[in-house]
Structures are given as structure tokens and as C-alpha cells.
Design a protein around this ligand. Sequence first.
Ligand code: NAP
Length: 247
Amino acid sequence: MAERGRVLVTGASIGIGEATARRLTAEGFNVIATARRADRLQKLAAETGADIFPADLTVQADVDALVAHVLNGGGITALVNNAGGARGQDPVAEARLDDWLEMYRINVLATVALTRALLPGLRKQGGDIVFVTSTAAQETYVGGAGYTAAKHAERMIKDTLRIELVGEPVRLIEIRPGMVKTEEFSKRRLGSEEAAAKVYAGVAEPLVAEDIADAIAWTLTRPKHVNIDSLVIRPVAQANSWTVARK
Ligand SMILES: NC(=O)c1ccc[n+]([C@@H]2O[C@H](COP(=O)([O-])OP(=O)(O)OC[C@H]3O[C@@H](n4cnc5c(N)ncnc54)[C@H](OP(=O)(O)O)[C@@H]3O)[C@@H](O)[C@H]2O)c1
């Protein structure tokens, strides 16, 4: 095991998760990177030396196989629950339940399933769990209910665990990013490149994936008695989810 420990990063095929896997390997952590797309993970492995394990975290058999892989390798010292995302931006009056279900599955249920499975080892040996939620976990906006409901729910997993595990050597860390310009997040949410481009149009310097990776690396490298409970990070041009300066 590397001196700094062994970290499982979910959603590591692209965006914030990929940047986090790259940053943590560069800082001397042993990284296990997971996501569905094996080809992208293979590229990451070739470039960083990260161990990779493709899995769909909404499929219990995949979660089980991933957990077995992690435990066979000696367990982990940290889990970064990053896989997630948004689908659609419909008002509640027109809510598409398929989108709500998908968001709940990946942001909430997959996070609980993996956290629950890896918790015994983390409690026994000590360790960290990072939750990449969103400012959507603390506020809402027109058309945001499906995503904000899922991210509020994800935040409650962390908040509840924080009190359930108090006194144990497990740090529970939440990162709440505002607008981060990643390659696929808004495209997946809105369905087209054009719609995604409008999200960032005229915004001076939205955050980039590396900014969030930097924050995650910082929280994990604080002295062991320091638990960064939650960290809200936005670009200077964004005051809240609906107040954004555009040129
Ligand atoms: N971008 C933003 O503005 C922003 C702001 C606040 C919070 N966040 C949150 O930050 C996290 C990362 O965002 P991002 O912008 O980096 O998103 P992204 O670029 O869309 O990446 C999402 C990652 O999750 C993985 N994933 C999706 N569904 C999965 C599944 N069923 N099983 C396993 N992996 C799955 C994807 O990989 P595969 O497709 O290869 O499986 C991908 O690696 C998410 O939780 C997001 O909600 C993003």
C-alpha cells in the first residue's frame, strides 16, 4: 500500500472523477478508478498507473464485484463517491419520473450501496469517505427539483453517518461544487451540445474539474484529526444556482 493510502474513486472515466484520480496518483495515493467505460479507464491506467475496475454502480452485481476486488487488494483508506449527475430540467408540474429515478439511482442508491459495503473496513482500520454532492444539495432553482432532491438526499447520507459514526476514526467529507465546466455533465443533463453550451455562455472562468480535484486532495491530506465536514466551491462569477454573471 502506498504511504498515503489506497483510494477508490468513482466516476473516474471523465470530468471531476478523472481529474481526482489523476491528482491523487500524482500525490502518491494508490488509486482504484471505477466507472462504466472500460476504454477510458484503460487510458487513465496507462497514463497514471491507477488500478481500474469497470462497473455500473446501479447494478448490485457490479457493486459486489467491485467491492470484492477492493477487499482482495487489501481494502482502502478512502472512498471518493463522485459518480453522479443530472437528467433534465423540467418543472415539477412536468416531472419525468424516469429521469428522477435515474438521478436517484446513481446519486443516492449507488452511493449508499458502495458506502455500506466498504464501511466495515473503514471503521476497523480508519479511513475517509468523500461525497461529491453539489450546491444543489443546499438550494434549489426553477427546473431543479429532480437533481436537487437527489443531491439533498445524498448529503443526508453523509450528515447522518457523521452522527452515527461519531467517535470512530472515519472522516466524512462533503464537497459541494457550483458550476463546473466538465465535458459531459450538462450535455447528459440537457441532451445536446447546444443546450450544454448555453449553461456556460458568457461566464468568465467557470470552475474546472481540476479545481474540485484540488479540494478533494486537500481534504484528504489534512491531519487525521481534522474533518472538513463540507466545502462549498463556486466560480467567482456565480453567487448561487440562479445568480450568475454573464458577459
Ligand atoms: N459539473 C458540474 O457542474 C457539477 C457541479 C456540482 C456537482 N457535480 C457532481 O460532481 C460529480 C461529477 O460530475 P462531473 O461534472 O464530473 O460529471 P460527468 O463528467 O458527467 O461524469 C460522471 C461520472 O460518473 C460516471 N457514472 C455515471 N453513471 C454511472 C453508473 N451508472 N455507474 C458507474 N459510473 C457512472 C461516469 O462514467 P461512465 O459514463 O463511464 O460510467 C462519469 O465518470 C457528480 O456527482 C455531479 O453530480 C457536478
